[in-house]
Design a protein around this ligand. Structure first.
Ligand code: UT7
Length: 330
């Protein structure tokens, strides 16, 4: 790193409407016992039909900028990792920049599935590290409810909507990001997909009738991949950062399934007290899951200046990512 880069502010937002497991029991052939024991999820937040993902981004961004004490016009770059952008184009990042009044910001969206936030902060940190930009706003946000097949019990019970934002800036030496690990294995891309609306299957009456614009997932295959990669990526990034698992003060894993989190925690040998879990209240919010948990941890006083934080995620692609940072916010 040329300059040390850290997270200097966070914010998050979820839509008001809550969908419980009991609500889902009335929609598909499922039950609270199955969902809780197989996933750990009890409820999730769902956006109204008229609320696009840019609205969630905007609300989360306002809070993150306020937390970082940064004015919108001082933001140099906005990156929005999402798989549920408002449109194919223009980018959601451009729309959010305009709404925030971030007149001096470059803006783009990023597609890396549930690993999006980790790809986003890794990308943003490079711009700050080189000195090209001073302030980068990364907003992981999803309205997955809009691309779910509400008749498919194997997917519709898992996901939720939300947004989490982080402001990146230079921090004092020895603090901020200590290591990054990113990866992708496209040979597993078919395991988690939304195939309609792109150039391969443009929107058509048939594509809609065949529900190509909804999420499909080979759950148990993704599960096996997740269990392996959470541990592998974490060990790799710790090595890059020159840290041991004992040095970790807080662990924020992607919130997809409590059994995946538990197995990663066991393999890493991290004290369960140091693990942030909130998927019981939000479900899997894809690229919003880690920043949402990060914001709750920061505002809840679970992160102190100098703490070592490990974040790790995985998802569509199949992609994965991990990062370690020393908390630089007082
Ligand atoms: O963010 C990254 C993306 N996603 C993930 O990380 C998800 C990774 N995968 C998982 O979390 C798990 O694989 C699931 C939670 C999706 C599924 O759990 P599982 O233990 O792998 O269950 P399964 O898919 O093997 O299904 C077991 C049974 C099946 O019935 P049979 O064939 O054994 O009779 C399913 O039909 O559970 C049935 N089932 C359900 N039952 C009640 C599947 N979904 C439901 C449901 N309610 N919602």
């Amino acid at each position: 790193m040329l300059h040390s880069v850290g997270i200097v502010g966070t914010g998050s937002y979820v839509p008001e409407k809550v969908l419980t497991n009991a609500d889902l029991e009335k929609m598909v052939d499922t039950n609270d016992e199955w969902i809780v024991s197989r996933t750990g999820i009890k409820e999730r937040h769902i956006a109204d039909p008229e609320t696009p993902v840019s609205e969630l981004c905007y609300q989360a961004a306002l809070k993150a900028l306020e937390d970082a004490k940064v004015a919108p016009e001082d933001v140099d770059l906005i990156i929005i990792p999402t798989v549920t952008a408002d449109y194919l184009f223009p980018s959601t990042a451009g729309l959010v920049a305009d709404r925030l009044g971030a007149k001096n910001a470059a803006a783009f969206d990023l597609s890396a599935g549930c690993t999006g936030f980790l790809y986003g902060i890794t990308t943003g940190a490079q711009f700050v590290s080189t000195g090209m930009y001073r302030t980068v706003l990364v907003i992981g946000a999803e309205t997955l409810s809009k691309i779910l097949n509400w008749e498919d019990r194997s997917t519709c019970v898992l996901f939720g909507d939300g947004a989490g934002a982080a402001v990146l800036q230079p921090v004092e030496e020895g603090y901020g990001f200590l290591g990054f690990e990113l990866g992708a294995d496209g040979s597993g891309g078919h395991l988690l997909t939304c195939l309609g609306g792109g150039s391969k299957n443009p929107a058509s009456i048939e594509s809609v009738q065949n529900k190509l614009h909804t999420i499909r997932m080979a759950g148990s295959e993704v599960f096996k991949f997740a269990v392996r990669i959470m541990g592998d990526a974490s060990f790799k990034v710790l090595e890059k950062a020159g840290l041991k698992k004992e040095d970790i003060d807080l662990f924020i894993p992607h919130q997809a399934n409590l059994r995946i989190i538990d197995s990663a925690v066991k393999r890493l040998g991290i004290d369960p007290e140091k693990v942030v879990v909130n998927l019981d209240r939000y479900g899997n919010t894809s690229s919003a899951s880690i920043p949402l948990a990060l914001d709750e941890a920061s505002r809840g006083g679970r992160l102190k200046y100098g703490d070592n934080l490990l974040m790790v995620g995985f998802g569509a692609g199949l992609a994965w990512g991990a990062t370690v940072l020393r908390w630089a916010k007082r």
